[in-house]
Design a protein around this ligand. Structure first.
Ligand code: ZN
Ligand code: ZN
Length: 74
């Protein structure tokens, strides 16, 4: 079987039947339904709830934290 270099990355080889190498194909497919990683972060505290608009914690954890802080620091 003959191989040629991928025209996109010019790194990987692929069969003549392929348009791009498997790496590029996977990359392009992944990008199609890619979402903004910043807009879809997960809360690092509970690792459950999604974060919106660059928040550093979800509303549940923020609530908990504010509560415990007001208890401890007064
Ligand atoms: Zn490629
Ligand atoms: Zn959380």
């Amino acid at each position: 079987m003959k191989y040629k270099k991928c025209p996109r990355c010019e790194l990987n080889y692929m069969t003549l039947q392929q348009k791009y190498c498997t790496v590029c194909l996977a990359e392009m497919q992944g990008k199609k339904d890619d979402f903004d990683p910043i807009a879809m972060d997960t809360c690092p505290f509970c690792e459950k709830n999604p974060l919106k608009n660059g928040e550093d914690m979800c509303a549940v954890c923020r609530h908990k934290r504010v509560k415990s802080q007001s208890f401890d620091e007064i």
